[in-house]
Design a protein around this ligand. Structure first.
Ligand SMILES: [Zn+2]
Length: 377
């Protein structure tokens, strides 16, 4: 049995190593499983790694798990892939179930402890179904608070930068309202490449890769079950399942079916370019008879209070500014990166233990309620 910390790698390379070495374990149940490594982006040796196998007899359904769409969030996701392979893969019926495990959808971001890609793109705002899908006013909220969301020069004093930002955010809260800020975050923005929540002008390689997998699975399987691991959102030290309203079920029905405490639904009208919605759009367009379950699973860090969300805005904005404009003092640079880690990949033991416990709970519920466990006897 591993210690808690052994589930949580320090580097992208270490995490990828663990994932790759788990192929042997997967092959115990899916002997034909294969590992593919797809290089992504401009820099060398950043790869999306995938372990895939069809069902050993028929393709009745497939379990897909993705980690690291938001780079740094992939460390907790990688722990979940590991837990799944070590503890749960043996309970699934390989005869009828395909498996598709993906490590580091955004490998550059994971390696560099950023959420975005090397092009500063938030991948979960990059899956636009149609390029003309962005409505005219998509950036309206962002433009109004733009001054706050764009980098504005080298950070010469972290403490003062925080106070300055806090003042601006407070003003934003007054003029735009809290909803304005969160709307701008949800909608992303498609005009300012150095700003936060940038969705990009075209699909990133990573998104193209994932889209091809989505197509393949929808084409080959009548049932597709997809769990996408993330961090930061929701109550601290708890898992929250986040689903698009595309799913069609009510919150009440979802809670009853999966028995999870925290479930959130979002409507594609207030969130643009997210991968789950894209998955459903593909299904509805080409594979209307296919059953698709696709949800994000978030491990909460800072919490859900108003002060926590202000802290989150500050953390994301200052990390982005640091990346683009830098900081004069090394200690300020470190403080900003530490704060970013506290939000997306805390070292805190309690949190890591909660990820393992809550993640197992979510996985069990999903596998059970989607009928993936082996029927014994
Ligand atoms: Zn995320």
């Amino acid at each position: 049995m591993k210690t808690i910390d052994e589930y949580f790698p320090d580097t992208y390379i270490q995490s990828r190593e663990t994932f790759r070495s788990n192929l042997d374990k997967v092959r115990l149940y899916w002997p034909d499983a294969e590992l593919t490594s797809r290089p992504i982006g401009k820099e060398e040796d950043n790869t999306i790694d995938m372990i895939y196998s069809p069902g050993t007899e028929t393709n009745e359904r497939v379990l897909m798990m993705t980690a690291g769409e938001h780079g740094i969030e992939g460390y907790a996701g990688a722990a979940m892939l590991d837990v799944f392979i070590q503890e749960m893969a043996n309970q699934i019926d390989p005869k009828r179930t395909g498996i598709c495990l993906i490590h580091a959808v955004n490998p550059w971001g994971m390696r560099n402890f950023r959420r975005v890609t090397e092009n500063n793109i938030d991948l979960n705002r990059n899956y636009l179904v149609n390029p003309d899908q962005v409505p005219q006013d998509v950036n309206e909220h962002y433009e109004n608070v733009m001054k706050v969301f764009l980098p504005n020069g080298i950070i010469d004093n972290y403490r003062l930068a925080r106070i300055d930002l806090q003042t601006k955010l407070a003003k934003g809260l007054v003029s735009e309202g809290y909803n304005g800020l969160t709307k701008a975050k949800g909608m992303g923005q498609y005009e300012f490449p150095t700003g936060v929540y940038y969705g990009g002008k075209e699909k990133e390689e990573n998104a193209q890769f994932l889209q091809a997998i989505q197509e393949k699975l929808l084409y080959e399987y009548p049932r597709v079950i997809h769990m996408d691991w993330h961090t930061a959102l929701g109550p601290t030290n708890e898992v929250t399942m986040v689903m698009s309203e595309d799913d069609g079920r009510t919150l009440k029905e979802l809670k009853k079916t999966y028995g999870l405490k925290n479930i959130q639904q979002f409507t594609p009208d207030v969130t643009k370019g997210d991968s789950t919605h894209h998955f459903h759009a593909l299904k509805n367009r080409h594979y209307p008879d296919t059953y698709l379950f696709s949800a994000l699973f978030e491990f909460g860090t800072l919490g859900t209070s108003m002060s926590a969300s202000l802290r989150e805005f500050m953390t994301i904005i200052l990390e982005n500014r640091l990346h683009h404009d830098g900081a004069v003092e090394e200690k300020d640079r470190q403080a900003i990166l530490d704060e970013f880690k506290a939000m997306f990949y805390p070292e805190d033991h309690e949190w890591r233990l909660a990820v393992l416990t809550e993640g197992r709970k979510a996985m069990k519920s999903l596998l059970q309620n989607e009928g993936l466990f082996t029927i014994r006897g």
